[in-house]
Design a protein around this ligand. Structure first.
Ligand SMILES: Cc1cc2nc3c(=O)[nH]c(=O)nc-3n(C[C@H](O)[C@H](O)[C@H](O)COP(=O)(O)OP(=O)(O)OC[C@H]3O[C@@H](n4cnc5c(N)ncnc54)[C@H](O)[C@@H]3O)c2cc1C
Length: 506
């Protein structure tokens, strides 16, 4: 065996996953087809839930540096906008950051955690046995084989790994054709709705966003299925100009393209996220129309859910079923995003029949409950994993950790940064619960919260146990905590040498 895990694909999801695996103590080799990063950015927005996660890993400062935030988002291009003032989290805004910068920062992080990144290495074949996965790799210098205990395909929507593993990708065919162009506009004033601005006409949609001084991103969407094979045809400036003219009726002067690309609303979900020793994450597991800035965020959270579980499986402490909970938890989250992006695209269709629906939806968006609910959904903050039933219900179970008082929050972040879980103990529980948790101390940090909440956070920051407070006998509370510790952190006293680097601890 050459390594514990081979991660295929060095996009944002592969890089994040590789770093998470290292935090958990697994050895990782990441194989990326491109010799150099493309430098192009599809995504430009990091959502609130992911900002919390980056903060929990001590990375947020680097991501914020030099980039703007925006406390709003649109839903299906409607007014009023979604108001992130409703968000129940510590970063109630979106961070506007180009995907190329996100990848640069994640690559740096992965390298600092000790990930071995091999660029210019394309995976062409995989052979999985009950005990190992061997993959064929092609490079400019020749081919070689690498063996690992597990392999994760983070190789994008057209995933070679998914196809080689024979995992189905069920969903719908494209119904729209869309172009992305980073260009110089001769006169931004030619666009009636300006830059930034959106136009919905009977023939399609046009969106224009300023990328940097002098460079505008123009996005067009026409509601007709693409010609067969169109995905392999390069976009030209002439095609872009003709499309903009068809949609808007205007000849918009555009020149010096930095990047021209096409995409569709193909919406698909992997039939399973795990087949034996092969797993999928990110676009390899789910694709949808890029509305609402969600694909990258969804994929990064796959990585944060999977990393500690797979590392725990490899290091040896993982309880039965931990690795399978990755797919059980993350697949339904993707299902919801796929549904919501389909809804948004339907509402944006140019067909006048949709207009009454738009009017009604706009009225609904005025209602704080609706606005808040959609804001939580689009930012990933509404995610609630269905945890195995315990002795009592609690509204926080399965949800991301709620905002905490500053000093406690700092302690919690210090704990999560090491890739371990965190047990928050209020005064009333400190002695007994801390003694109980001591057996898991190598996988868990303990933080005193005074009169704050009692919570057990998994390494991905989700709540696994919550103190129900008065009304439940103390004995039951402690029994429930002990069961939960076993469920997510393995057998007590099972001290396994921590192979992880301690680069991130402290
Ligand atoms: C126009 C547009 C705008 C978007 N805006 C947003 C946004 O604002 N916010 C958001 O969250 N999402 C957005 N998205 C979606 C986002 O870009 C993707 O979800 C994200 O890139 C997925 O990351 P990934 O790492 O899973 O896959 P990718 O970014 O596709 O990376 C896959 C990597 O695998 C490599 N690879 C492929 N095959 C092999 C192989 N056989 N061997 C080795 N390496 C291989 C590729 O070279 C690539 O580097 C947008 C998408 C589009 C099209």
């Amino acid at each position: 065996m050459n390594t514990d895990v081979v991660v295929v694909g060095g996009g944002p999801v592969g890089l994040m996953l590789a770093a998470e695996l290292r935090l958990g103590g697994a050895r990782v080799v990441l194989l990326e087809r491109l010799t150099e990063p493309s430098g192009h950015s599809r995504a430009f927005r990091m959502q609130a839930r992911m900002l919390d996660v980056l903060d929990q890993r001590g990375l947020l400062g680097h991501f914020m540096e030099g980039n703007r935030t925006w406390p709003k988002a649109h839903f299906a291009g409607l007014e009023p906008l979604l108001d992130f003032g409703y968000l129940r989290n510590e970063h109630p805004y979106a961070l506007l950051i180009p995907q190329a910068r996100t990848e640069e920062l994640l690559e740096k992080h992965a390298l600092s955690c000790g990930v071995e990144i091999r660029r210019g290495h394309t995976v062409t074949g995989i052979e999985a046995t009950p005990a190992t996965v061997v993959c064929d790799v092609s490079t400019r210098e020749g081919t070689y084989r690498i063996g690992s205990s597990y392999l994760v395909g983070c190789d994008g929507g057209r995933s070679t790994v998914r196809k080689l593993a024979g995992i189905g990708f069920s969903g719908s065919q494209p119904t729209v054709r869309a172009l992305l162009a980073d260009v110089e506009l001769a006169d931004p004033g030619q666009l009636p709705n300006g830059v930034p601005g959106t136009m919905r006409t009977p023939r399609g949609l046009l969106m224009a966003i300023s990328l940097q001084p002098g460079v505008t991103r123009v996005l067009t969407t026409e509601f007709a299925a693409p010609e067969p094979g169109a995905e392999r045809t390069p976009v030209t400036l002439d095609e872009l100009s003709a499309t903009v003219r068809r949609i808007t009726g205007i000849d918009v002067g555009m020149d010096r393209p930095r990047w021209l690309s096409r995409f569709t609303d193909t919406t698909r979900l992997a039939d399973t996220y795990r087949q034996g020793r092969v797993l999928l994450a990110g676009d390899a597991a789910h694709v949808h129309f890029p509305i609402g800035a969600q694909g990258l965020n969804l994929g990064l959270q796959d990585a944060v859910n999977l990393g500690w579980k797979l590392a725990g499986t490899l290091v040896g402490w993982a309880p039965p079923g931990l690795l399978d909970s990755y797919g059980t938890e993350r697949r339904p989250v993707a299902e919801r995003v796929l549904r919501e992006t389909r809804v948004q695209l339907m509402i944006m269709a140019p067909d006048p029949k949709v207009d009454p629906l738009r009017e009604m939806f706009s009225e609904l968006l005025e209602l704080p409950e609706v606005n808040s609910r959609l804001a939580h959904e689009m930012t990933g903050l509404d995610v609630r994993y269905a945890l195995p039933p315990g002795r009592y219900e609690h509204d926080l179970l399965g949800r991301p950790c709620p905002p905490l008082e500053q000093a406690v929050g700092d302690e919690v972040r210090r704990g999560l940064r090491t890739g371990r879980g965190v047990l928050l103990l209020p005064d009333g529980l400190v002695e007994e619960a801390a003694a109980l948790a001591a057996d898991w101390s190598h996988r868990l940090c303990t933080v005193r919260t005074g009169d704050g909440p009692g919570l057990l956070l998994r390494p991905d920051g989700h709540v696994a146990w919550a103190d129900p407070g008065d009304g439940v006998p103390r004995k039951d509370v402690l029994l429930e905590l002990e069961d939960t510790l076993r469920q997510w952190f393995g057998a007590s006293g099972h001290k396994i040498a921590r192979r992880a680097l301690d680069v991130t601890s402290g």
